[in-house]
Design a protein around this ligand. Structure first.
Ligand SMILES: Cc1ncc(COP(=O)(O)O)c(C=O)c1O
Length: 369
């Protein structure tokens, strides 16, 4: 049996027929960019996430850039971010003319901690922080970090590219985030039919600025109050996601079941499965285990020989990327992000994985010596 790391083609019955029919209507009506379906998607998204304002844009990287600018980050501002994230988080800081400073993450929770944020504030005196919620979890210390940023007047942008549907203390993670972003890249838990992203905020001033930045800094049709981007959400992507959002809870549930079963049924001591912290309701984006770094290459070869897909999210710290060299303002490292990069292993996890596929992965991993 072959089990891919991810299969993005497991759609609900009649899903593709419905979106194809809706796309034909968009074509007939000449709704290519924007239009009523984008407004509908933004409204549905706002309701789902329970935030005050939800806006679509072209991708998750633009979303971070727009959020940083809309929240007030300026050229040469210092922006802290975790050293363990996807490169887009780092890139976005540089692309808005600010200076990235990386913070180490916890070996236990794999996320930023209050201690690491405080250490960074003391050392770097930053204007902003990007808190990244990875693996479909939420940073366990989100509430405290939000509080510290508020007290110290530090702009906080939350990168929730992997955390749509994630809850903290029984509430949507996005509900009380002052400003947050997500990605609707097709491999995400809520994927579009192409690239797309989202910006969420509780503040009308940030929402207004973001809307202007998304559309060429437009304050009127030919009035441009800001230097923005063309980051408008396409009508097809929005239409696809209006339908996908209707099935999101079912998708998340099927993913959570996979993560739970791996954690409960894989008994091989070579892998230590990590669960989200107490109070965090994961969306099942990724299954995460850690291995002794020296043992991971042989295990990966074993998975390959059994035709089981795998991931190593992420295999390198941001500050160590060749592209970081000319831009990194500073870093705090205790070696944790580097160690996680060499230790992490992700087993297949996607919506509507069959029980047969899950059982095969569990059995194969349990048999590994
Ligand atoms: C944590 C994180 N931030 C940002 C992004 C960027 O999103 P996009 O690929 O839609 O630009 C991703 C997507 O992979 C991500 O995982």
């Amino acid at each position: 049996m072959k089990v891919p790391f991810i299969d993005i083609l497991r759609f609900e019955k009649n899903f593709l027929e419905t979106v194809t029919q809706k796309s034909a209507e968009l074509l007939k009506n000449g709704h290519f960019v924007g239009g009523p379906v984008v407004g509908q998607f933004e409204g549905d998204l706002k309701n789902y996430t329970q935030t005050q304002f939800a806006m679509g844009c072209a991708n998750g990287t633009d979303a971070i850039q727009i959020a940083l600018r809309a929240a007030g980050v300026k050229k040469d501002d210092k922006v802290m971010l975790p050293d363990m994230t996807f490169w887009a988080t780092f890139e976005a800081v540089v692309n808005v003319g600010a200076i990235p400073y990386t913070l180490d993450v916890s070996r236990e929770t794999l996320h930023l901690t209050v201690a690491s944020v405080k250490e960074g504030i003391e050392k770097f005196k930053p204007q902003a922080l990007i808190l990244v919620h990875l693996y479909g979890w939420a940073c366990p210390e989100t509430m405290e970090i939000r509080k510290i940023c508020k007290e110290k007047n530090i702009i906080l942008v939350e990168d929730c590219a992997q955390a749509i549907g994630t809850k903290i203390n029984n509430e949507s993670l996005l509900k009380n985030a002052t400003v947050a972003t997500t990605s609707f890249y097709p491999a995400k838990v809520l994927g579009a039919s192409g690239d797309a992203g989202g910006i969420f905020t509780t503040e009308s001033s940030i929402a207004n600025a973001a809307k202007i930045l998304i559309n060429h800094g437009r304050t009127g049709h030919y009035d441009h109050g800001m230097i923005g981007w063309n980051s408008r959400l396409g009508a097809y992507e929005a239409s696809f996601m209006v339908e996908a959002l209707k099935h999101l809870d079912a998708k998340l549930e099927s993913r959570r079941i996979v993560c739970d079963q791996y954690r409960n049924k894989i008994k091989n001591p070579a892998l230590k499965f990590i669960a989200p912290a107490q109070g965090v309701w994961e969306n099942g984006y990724l299954s995460v285990a850690l291995m002794e770094p020296s043992t991971r290459p042989a295990f990966i070869e074993y998975l390959k020989s059994k035709e089981i897909g795998y991931g190593t999210v992420y295999p390198g710290a941001m500050s160590e990327q060749p592209g970081a060299k000319d831009f990194l303002g500073g870093k705090i490292s205790h070696g944790h992000a580097d160690w996680i990069a060499k230790s992490v292993i992700n087993l297949p996890c996607f919506a509507y994985m069959t029980q047969e596929e899950i059982d095969f992965v569990i059995k194969t991993v349990n048999e590994y010596k």
